[in-house]
Design a protein around this ligand. Structure first.
Ligand SMILES: Nc1ncnc2c1ncn2[C@@H]1O[C@H](COP(=O)(O)OP(=O)(O)OP(=O)(O)O)[C@@H](O)[C@H]1O
Ligand SMILES: [Mg+2]
Length: 346
């Protein structure tokens, strides 16, 4: 499950220096200093033993002397091993986090463990993720708003410009039809049917690009109209269970919910072979939950995520909500979006 964590106040990348101690290699508690201190202490102890006690090491070596050297060696290696192990604690988790990080699936940040260097590394990596996620969110927001503005413009152009002109042609053909000899009337009628079909095509295209009902009548009407039109054209039954009313949601969130429902339904119809698709929306005190469940094949094993699924994740992030795609038993796919009704990510 993806959890988009709210980034409150000033974006992380705007204040990278705040609240953290700058890292210095010569820190007295750095690994460098610790290894130096421990090895110097062991060496000092060993030299002191040789200088100020009756213990001597000389060739040929005795069993006692060999044992003593062995003990010193074991102590040195063990002290270094403990030191390095403690210091590098947390590195393995960091490497695995680096390998699996995905900006579209924000995760809990790693706790800082280990020595000064490892803690500094984890802390800088966490800051870098904050910054990258904030930047990605900002660029996604900008790209999607440009895309939607362009879609709205094209849809309006199709409807108002091309649609109106074709309606004009239809009317003209109607008038001409009364004036031409009877032999030509059948041809005129055929031409009118063609223009009417093209007009329907243009209207459908304009609706698919940007349904006016979303802007004019809101999300619930747009979802009803979406499920009804896909049910008419698809091979699966679509059951929609929508609430009578929604809490006020930002326009960007409404659009995200609509586009996620649209992509999920299109995917279910195109890829799943489902016979039943359920679209359910629930309103809870602090959130709105959208679920699209189909009884189809489910995601193929090791399946790739295309632009559709990634686009859904991007839009979900913008809502500050949680998004999940899960296979269900005995078969099918569940897509769930939970949107907090408290507001958008900054
Ligand atoms: N409901 C579903 N049931 C079964 N498989 C699915 C379902 N939704 C998606 N998939 C699988 O996941 C793949 C990726 O879906 P995604 O929407 O990201 O891309 P796409 O639909 O193939 O292309 P695009 O959406 O970019 O036109 C699909 O090709 C399909 O194999
Ligand atoms: Mg798709």
């Amino acid at each position: 499950m993806v959890s988009a964590q709210p980034v409150g106040g000033q974006p992380a990348h705007a204040r990278p220096e705040q609240g953290r101690k700058p890292f210095r290699r010569a820190d007295w508690w750095s690994l460098y200093a610790q290894v130096l201190a421990v090895n110097a202490a062991i060496l000092l102890a060993w030299v002191s033993v040789l200088l100020w006690t009756p213990v001597t090491v000389s060739a040929p070596i005795t069993v006692d002397q060999a044992l003593l050297i062995g003990v010193m060696l074991v102590v040195t290696v063990a002290a270094n091993a403990v030191l390095l192990r403690l210091s590098f604690r947390g590195l393995a988790a960091l490497v695995s986090q680096m390998e699996t990080s995905d900006l579209l699936r924000p995760r809990e940040r790693l706790p800082q463990k280990g020595g000064v260097e490892t803690r500094a590394l984890i802390s800088r990596f966490n800051e870098m993720l904050d910054r990258l996620e904030a930047e990605r969110l900002a660029s996604t927001r900008m790209n999607l708003s440009t895309l939607e503005a362009e879609r709205r413009r094209i849809s309006r152009e199709l409807h108002d410009e091309i649609g109106q002109r074709m309606t004009g042609i239809l009317l003209q053909l109607g008038r001409i039809g009364h004036e031409v000899p009877e032999a030509a009337q059948a041809q005129i009628a055929g031409a009118r049917d063609e223009v009417r079909a093209a007009l329907d095509g243009v209207a459908t295209l304009a609706w698919q690009i940007r349904p006016g009902v979303l802007d004019d009548f809101g999300l619930l009407s747009a979802l009803r109209s979406l499920t009804a039109s896909l049910a008419d054209n698809g091979h699966a039954r679509i059951d929609a269970s929508l609430p009578h009313q929604l809490p006020p949601l930002p326009g960007e969130t409404e659009l995200a919910i609509y586009r996620i429902a649209q992509e999920s339904l299109t995917n279910a119809l195109r890829h799943s072979g489902a016979t039943i698709i359920n679209v359910a929306m629930r309103v809870a005190p602090t959130r709105v939950v959208l679920q699209i469940v189909d009884n189809g094949l489910g995601l193929p094993g090791g399946g790739r995520e295309g632009a559709g699924l990634r686009g859904m994740r991007e839009r979900a992030l913008l809502t500050g909500g949680e998004f999940s795609v899960e296979g269900i038993t005995p078969q099918g796919l569940r897509i769930e979006l939970t949107v907090p009704t408290g507001g958008l990510r900054a």
